[in-house]
Design a protein around this ligand. Sequence first.
Ligand SMILES: [Zn+2]
Ligand SMILES: [Zn+2]
Length: 251
Amino acid sequence: MQIASLGSGSKGNATIVSHGKTTILVDCGFSLRQFEQRLSRLEVSPEQIDAILLTHEHADHGSGVARLAAKYFIPVWSTVGSARAVFDDSFVYHQVCGGESFRVGCFEILPVTVPHDAGEPVQFVFCHVDSGKKFGILTDTGHITNHILKAYDKLDGLLLEFNYDQAMLDSGPYPYPLKQRVSGDFGHLSNDQSIDLLSQIDTRNLNCLIVAHISENNNSAEIVERRLNALDAIPLPVLASQEIGFGWIHI
Ligand SMILES: [Zn+2]
Ligand SMILES: [Zn+2]
């Protein structure tokens, strides 16, 4: 299984999960032109994408999905709540429900319901059916639930949000209501919350940790790396940037 990102953060997200002939895109928060340019860096053509999975309707995840799907005839998988917020009523898509896995090519995919201020947000855990290897994506989540701990246990790879450092958010430039939203139960994961998740799940198989959706105002790569270095038995993290994302990683 291999993973790559076209960009990660509040200005646009798109992640690719691929194995053999199956290529799946999770979210597209970029314009069509931006998407095509960024995709070409990975030497993938849009025609190779078999499926687009939508996590939720926020613009940094959903703004580019409808146009991309229409131009290249790519089928979309989405919850009803996300689809209602992003697409018009005539848009045809595959409905997914949190907790009910579905198959695309060689992947069994589990949508995981997460607490976030959107209509019906989910995140995704991929299981490669032949090897049994598992890769999870977890961003745009306000707090860690037991439900999440169960779904993200025993992964081989994890792309995890480290959105903000609490002290930087508190003293940073955001207006008070926005600080409340980001750090609220339906906002984003702080460094503390994500470290806490890593300490609660079984990471013995984890050979790839990707630090994602890092706030440009309220966090820094140095802080996240220092925090992760203090943990035992966690692989050296890869940082997903807003501009580049990250190149192909094999799990
Ligand atoms: Zn987001
Ligand atoms: Zn969001």
